[in-house]
Write a protein that binds this ligand. Structure first.
Ligand code: KIV
Ligand code: ZN
Length: 389
């Protein structure tokens, strides 16, 4: 089976900035956009220019200064938003206008106050208006996963005929499940007659903790672009996490038959940069980029790791830019890991001395959550048994 290339559309600077409490200055946004370009994302959604003068300025700066990826600007499906998005993004090497409107009955009735027929008109007009300005137009059907499937297919058919290059299927409220979302993508592929003229994109939120799983199910069903954010930042519970998606595709490439263009060795440093600039801590147990992602505490795991890392690691720390796995000494650690640590610190001890120190170490580990190198050295000094080589 042929390996497909999946486009990574990064929306850290737009949906990610919608994380409650996060607000970035223009220069910080440019710094993140430059890091995203090094990471080799395919598309950077730089912001929502009509939202504020600051957003407009940040998108304009990124469009002018960041080379490589497509630079996208978000716009609702109206002329003012699209005009403003165009003015902000037009200096980019490859500008994209991303226009959206909701398609679910609940949004049509309670937010937009439009009939389905009126919505079809609005969506088509918006795409035509954007396409007059740039050659690359993406259309999103907000709340697609709660929309009527046949109506959704009609919307996509109309906007593709109007010139949309990418049609996005957002799970705006994180409501769908992997099997259901995969089936929706298949349905769209089978029921939109002109679907071959556009790329299918997905955009999943994490309200039920399934954003990455739903995105992967969509890829398996034929989606060609995935929208995501660094560290899974985003509105409410956040968006699909870029690092998890990319490493899932990378690690399970023979299952998905799909790969991204991401330079995975840049993942860790990009994650840290975004965490620092947004002031949003990465939880220690976060997949791929958390402090514990490559840390091993139990004796059984440490023993396996020291013999062959493949026993307990499905990807190497180096592959995401982490220098090495960590053997964390704690009360579950075994003698083997303890002895390795002594050697690493420069102590060559005889078996008897190691045994005595190991008893003291276990005693200390029962009282302390983690035993650091300085604690081990203190035990050695206390015992005054030996000196480093
Ligand atoms: O979640 C959503 O539906 C969005 C759209 C603007 C794509 O962020
Ligand atoms: Zn979103």
């Amino acid at each position: 089976m042929e390996t497909r290339s999946i486009q990574i559309f990064d929306t850290t600077l737009r949906d990610g900035e919608q994380t409650p409490g996060v607000s970035l200055q223009t220069e910080e946004k440019v710094e993140i956009a430059l890091a995203l370009a090094k990471l080799n994302v395919d598309v950077i959604e730089a912001g929502f220019p009509v939202a504020s003068p600051g957003d407009f300025e940040a998108v304009s700066q990124i469009a002018a200064r960041v080379k490589g990826p497509i630079i996208a600007a978000l716009a609702r499906a109206n002329e003012k938003d699209i005009e403003t998005a165009y003015k902000a993004v037009r200096k980019a090497e490859r500008p994209r206008i991303h226009t959206f409107i909701a398609t679910s009955d609940i949004h049509l009735e309670h937010k937009l106050k439009l009939t389905r027929e009126q919505l079809l008109e609005r969506a088509e007009q918006a795409v035509r208006y954007a396409k007059d300005k740039v050659s690359d137009v993406e259309f999103s059907a907000e709340d697609a996963s709660r929309s009527d499937w046949d109506f959704l297919c009609q919307v996509y058919e109309r906007v593709i005929a109007a010139g949309a290059n990418v049609i996005n299927v957002p799970d705006t409220v994180g409501y769908t499940t992997p099997a259901e979302f995969g089936a929706l993508i298949t349905y769209i592929r089978e029921h939109v007659p002109n679907i071959d003229q556009a790329t299918i994109s997905v955009h999943c939120h994490d309200d039920l903790g399934m954003a990455v799983a739903n995105s992967l199910a969509a890829v398996a069903a034929g989606a060609g672009q995935v929208e995501c954010t660094v560290n899974g930042l985003g509105e409410r519970a956040g968006n699909a996490a870029m690092e998890e998606l990319v490493m899932a595709l990378n690690t399970r490439r023979e299952y998905y038959h799909a790969l991204t263009n991401i330079n995975t060795r840049q993942i860790y440093r990009t994650s840290r940069l975004v965490s620092t600039l947004t002031g949003t801590a990465v939880p220690p147990n976060k997949a791929v980029v958390g402090d514990n992602a490559f840390a091993h505490e139990s004796g059984i795991h440490q023993h396996g790791m020291l013999n062959n890392p493949l026993t307990y690691e499905i990807m190497s720390p180096e592959s995401v830019g982490v220098s090495r796995s960590a053997i964390v000494l704690g009360k579950h650690s075994g003698r083997h890991a303890f002895e390795e640590r002594l050697k690493y610190l420069g102590y060559e001890l005889d078996a008897d001395a190691i045994n005595q120190l190991f008893v003291k170490f276990k005693d200390l580990a029962d009282r302390k959550k983690m035993v650091f190198d300085k604690d081990i050295e203190a035990l050695i000094v206390e015992k005054a048994a030996v000196r480093p080589e």
